[in-house]
Design a protein around this ligand. Structure first.
Ligand SMILES: Cc1ncc(COP(=O)(O)O)c(C=O)c1O
Length: 379
């Protein structure tokens, strides 16, 4: 029996052709050709003015912090449930992350919790489109505007998702995507930062090129900055994937539909939500297992693994991570963020790679249903 991985890409002859072309021809005077096509194609796809191709989404969020001038003494609000890559860049620039609770339906930032923890030091909020779903952007943008807080959208997991007819990655002052190998659109490793403001764009270009003003003389650095660039081969891969984006999204939604069909009637399982007016691209099909089954995520993942199925734990609340042990903001969040702490122990991501077929989904669901039946019997 072959293992069923939790995530993975769809690679066709198109990707192979583009990467082969890049490795053969994208040198000398052509050295930037794939970057330019990937960046301009991506910006056009999202109706943004500027796009910067980067080695990761983490780098994109770091540059967003630098571009907005977030610094020591500032606070940046993030949802408690996300990957640490959302919050780590806040620490990189010497600012403090503050953890808001999530909404029980969308699993994304709760607008109410966000508003409750705003302080005079709050400079920005990073909103996360968790597992391809969209938060209540209307409420969040309204709160941010009233309090003069910059919104950054971490759309790492949500290419193609929509909220009220607008695409994920088109919200806020800047947005970031990940092209890690597990993502719907991949470049192996990679990321993109998008924005509309020319000044922020220029500052980001400056910081990503070792503190050198774009157009300034060569090797003339006016600050110690960073080296954040994507290779041409990665950009070629990204461009090929972008040209197939509708197909990739359609397949993601199909995978979710297969799961839904298999699991709909199972009592005590909650799958990803898609609220009216939103489009969820289901980067990771996720299920919350009701507490009454008496099975926590780690044990369930172990049992699934024994049946050759790889799953992932729903993110642990950031405020529960040893990395934030000594942070007062994390101690506060552990008291306040009840939804994050209630959901996280009982939820897992199911295999959602673009190689999933209906047959594999059926196999995963049969195993899951069996395990749940057994755990009910034991209780
Ligand atoms: C929500 C979120 N933000 C940021 C990242 C960071 O992406 P990268 O690995 O490209 O730095 C990820 C990647 O998994 C993510 O899921």
């Amino acid at each position: 029996m072959e293992r069923i991985p939790v995530a993975g890409p769809s690679i066709t002859q198109k990707e192979i052709d583009y990467v082969s072309d890049a490795v053969t021809n994208a040198w000398y005077s052509q050295a930037n050709m794939y970057h330019e096509r990937f960046e301009s194609g991506f910006a056009a796809y999202l109706n943004r003015k500027y796009a910067i191709a980067l080695p990761s989404c983490t780098a994109a969020l770091h540059l967003a912090m630098l571009g907005l001038g977030v610094e020591k003494g500032d606070e940046v609000i993030v949802p408690d449930i996300t990957w640490i890559a959302t919050s780590a860049p806040i620490t990189y620039v010497g600012a403090l992350p503050v953890f808001a609770d999530i909404d029980p339906k969308t699993w994304c930032l709760s607008a109410q919790s966000f508003e409750e923890i705003i302080s005079p030091k709050t400079k920005a909020v990073i909103v996360v489109d968790l597992y391809g779903n969209m938060p209540d952007m209307t409420a969040i943008l309204d709160i941010a505007q009233r309090h003069n807080i910059a919104v950054i959208e971490d759309a790492a997991e949500a290419i193609g998702s929509e909220y009220a007819g607008r695409q994920a990655g088109s919200f806020g002052i800047a947005s970031a995507f990940s092209f890690h190998g597990s993502k719907t659109l991949t470049t192996g490793e990679g990321g993109m930062l998008l924005m509309d403001d020319e000044n922020i764009y220029k500052r980001c270009l400056y910081w990503r090129d070792h503190g050198r003003q774009p157009g300034n003389k060569m090797f003339w650095n006016t600050a110690v900055g960073y080296k954040y660039k994507m290779s041409n081969m990665q950009a070629a891969l990204g461009l090929a994937q972008l040209e197939r984006i509708e197909e990739l999204i359609t397949h993601k939604r199909q995978i979710f539909a297969w799961y839904k069909q298999e699991l709909l009637d199972i009592e005590g399982l909650t799958l990803n939500n898609e609220a009216p007016g939103t489009k969820n691209t289901y980067w990771m099909v996720t299920t919350i297992i009701d507490k009454s089954y008496g099975i926590e995520k780690e044990r369930l993942i172990e049992l699934m693994r024994e049946q050759y199925i790889d799953c992932r734990p729903f993110f642990y609340p950031l405020s529960s991570l040893p990395a934030y042990d000594n942070l007062a903001q994390a101690q506060q969040a552990r008291q306040n963020n009840q939804v994050s702490y209630q959901l996280s122990p009982y939820a897992i991501n199911l295999p959602s790679g673009l190689n999933m077929t209906q047959e594999k989904v059926r196999y995963v669901c049969d195993i899951l249903k069996n395990l749940l039946r057994q755990s009910r019997r034991i209780m």
